[in-house]
Design a protein around this ligand. Structure first.
Ligand SMILES: C[S@@+](CC[C@H](N)C(=O)[O-])C[C@H]1O[C@@H](n2cnc3c(N)ncnc32)[C@H](O)[C@@H]1O
Length: 216
């Protein structure tokens, strides 16, 4: 396997055509997130893929910056955005590890949907995200927790990654994942697992009186 950007560039067109795996769960995530949006909010989404969720969320907030490591994903997202009129939505090629880095504690919400299990250091990234969010702001994530999965896929995944059929994935448990979010200093508002038994959706809040540094 080469860099993650190359993998995702290669699969971008197919990803854009792929229907949502679980439309009911997807709608519940949109609803729970949008119920917390306000028209003056500044939002950062990392790993936005082809921008479908960004296009749905942007009308509910003030500013929406959607980023992804893959130029091909961002090109498709920009094409889709050009067909709609979202003056407050911007797409940018950026790794999750550097997204929003010029903006310490300046976002009301950070979204990482189906992303954190793909990063080399998910726990370090949660801590970094904590630093990007204003006190009282929220962190919304949907994360594959493969340690919770039974069956063959987990066993064959390293081979699939080796031959370039799958990205590199961290094998985490949902329990540890939620504990890591709490350990970074967030309070958990929503936490549930999709029917697939492995995708965990979490809405976490940075306390209003949060110090700049995360708690340990
Ligand atoms: C499974 S897709 C999810 C896309 C979208 N968030 C969704 O839920 O449909 C993962 C996305 O994360 C991006 N990605 C992978 N590694 C990344 C990294 N280190 N930084 C930023 N984006 C990354 C990929 O390019 C891809 O678009």
């Amino acid at each position: 396997m080469k860099t993650p950007a190359k993998f995702w560039d290669r699969v971008a067109k197919g990803y854009a055509r792929k229907p949502v795996d679980d439309p009911q769960a997807y709608q519940k995530k949109l609803d729970q997130t949008q119920a917390r949006f306000r028209p003056d909010m500044s939002v950062l989404e990392m790993g936005c893929g082809t921008g479908s969720t960004a296009l749905l969320h942007a009308p509910h907030v003030g500013e929406y910056l959607a980023t992804d490591i893959s130029p091909a994903m961002i090109a498709i997202a920009e094409e889709k955005a050009a067909q709609e009129n979202h003056a407050n939505l911007r797409f940018q090629v950026s790794t999750a590890e550097t997204a929003g880095h010029a903006s310490k504690a300046s976002f009301d919400a950070v979204l990482a949907l189906n992303l954190l299990h793909l990063l080399d250091d998910p726990v370090g990234e949660i801590t970094r995200i904590y630093g990007l969010i204003k006190p009282g702001g929220m962190f919304v994530s949907s994360t594959g927790c493969l340690a919770d999965m039974k069956g063959l896929l987990v066993k064959v995944l390293p081979l699939m990654t080796f031959v370039g059929l799958a990205p590199r994935v961290q094998v985490m448990s949902s329990q540890q994942y939620v504990a890591d979010i709490k350990a970074a200093g967030f309070d958990i508002e929503e936490s549930w697992v999709q029917r697939d038994g492995r995708t965990v959706f979490v809405i976490a809040r940075k306390p209003e009186l949060a110090q700049d540094e995360p708690q340990s």
